[in-house]
Write a protein that binds this ligand. Structure first.
Ligand code: PLP
Length: 397
């Protein structure tokens, strides 16, 4: 049997794979510390669970409208108005099975064979495969640690060709934790408008920002920018609801309709009672969020301080999200028991095998010489994990 070209090319999500490997090792009784998972360690708040339980008990267990229940769409419209200063109609909203699924539907709706999508690197692992699965080409643009891993308007302009359909902006970013200011977004938006390309704005970490940073939704810059922007968001990260699989898009009506048609022929509606939970998340109390963010900020400070205390390691200090992306380039090319460690994948394997610490290699995010560490884990575990990494790195020669 021969698999399709697409199936042969696609690789499993490396972050999910590393998390699974760490879990399997733990199940065997091995003491593994995992910085792999891209998810909060907190439980979903009780009032959200209660809303889903109530929905189940009331028999809300059947198909819903494909693009989500009106109640949830209204809650999203309300949220976007209240928090982002954006006015959308209900017809401009689509609810999908997670933010990832929103992006998948979007790629299927706007991309033809040979089209190009500009993706600044380091990027979230799933962007290039989602573009590729739509038959299009991911054009990755390197950014530098010195410039805070941000795509400049200049670099965007240079990457645009007649085939460019869209650019993906992920602010705050996974894996680097960088975030764009209003001014930087204005410059990027101007280029996108001038060249008539879509802006895909992945704002899943909008609430997880530090040191008083103010998240700006690029769609809120002007009516013109809003018309070419597809805002992608969801409840996974803000409300610790990764397993519920609820994400949403807001954008031009015609495009949302096309994405809804695509969804109608694949997954149909997102899970009925999960939608009720998501509605409660958006409409209910937001009081727990500042304390959560404060706690993440403490962990960010701890992990940044610890990783940069390792000789030769530098680390961009994240403005948002919950990852650090230290530069470990100084350790590539070194040896362990006569075996040369050439790249970040080999370094990540070495850390898992030798000191039982799971991290994700930078190469999976499109750059060599870095590792991604997810830090929604307890401070004790962070300390022990980084201590082990230090021990392992300094053992190389
Ligand atoms: C986690 C994440 C998402 C979406 O996650 P879902 O669970 O599918 O909603 C989207 N973009 C980035 C950058 C993420 O890290």
């Amino acid at each position: 049997m021969k698999l399709s070209r697409r199936a042969q090319e696609i690789k499993p999500s490396s972050t999910l794979a590393i998390t699974a490997k760490a879990k399997a090792m733990r199940a065997q009784g091995i003491d593994v510390i995992s910085f792999g998972a891209g998810e909060p360690d907190l439980d979903t708040p009780q009032h959200i669970k209660d809303a889903a339980i109530k929905a189940l008990q009331e028999g809300f267990t059947k198909y819903t409208p494909v693009g989500g229940i009106d109640e949830l769409k209204e809650a999203i419209v309300e949220k976007l108005k209240r928090e982002n200063g954006l006015n959308y109609q209900r017809e401009q909203i689509l609810v999908s099975c997670g933010g990832k699924h929103v992006l998948y539907n979007l790629a299927q709706a706007i991309l033809d064979e040979g089209d190009e999508v500009i993706i600044p690197a380091p990027y979230w692992v799933s962007y290039p495969p989602i573009v590729m699965l739509a038959g299009a080409k991911a054009v990755t643009i390197p950014t530098s640690e010195e410039e805070g891993f941000k795509l400049s308007a200049e670099a965007l302009k240079e990457a645009i060709t007649p085939k460019t359909k869209a650019v993906i902006i992920n602010s705050p970013s996974n894996p680097t934790g960088t975030a764009y200011t209003r001014q930087e977004l204005e410059e990027l938006a101007e280029v996108a408008l001038r060249h008539n390309i879509y802006i895909i704005s992945d704002e899943i970490y909008e609430k997880i920002v530090y040191d008083g940073f103010k998240h700006v939704s690029i769609a809120s810059l002007s009516e013109e920018v809003k018309e070419v922007t597809i805002l992608v968001n969801g409840v996974s990260k803000t409300y610790s609801m990764t397993g519920w699989r609820i994400g949403y898009a807001a954008g031009p009506r015609e495009l949302i309709e096309a994405m809804t048609r695509i969804q109608s022929q694949s997954t149909s509606n997102p899970t009925s009672f999960a939608q009720k939970g998501a509605t409660a998340a958006l409409l209910g109390s937001q009081e727990g969020i500042p304390a959560m963010v404060q706690e993440y900020q403490r962990r960010r400070d701890l992990i940044c301080e610890m990783v940069t205390s390792i000789e030769g390691v530098s680390c961009y200090k994240p403005v948002g999200a919950f990852y650090v992306f230290p530069n470990v380039g100084a350790y590539l090319g070194k040896n362990f028991k006569g075996n040369r460690i050439e790249n970040s994948s080999q370094l990540a394997s070495y850390l898992l095998d030798e000191v039982r610490v799971a991290v994700v290699p930078g190469v999976d995010f499109g750059v060599e010489g870095y590792l991604r560490l997810s830090y929604p884990i307890s401070p004790d575990v962070i300390q022990e994990g980084v201590r082990r990494i230090k021990e392992a790195l300094t053992a190389l020669d």
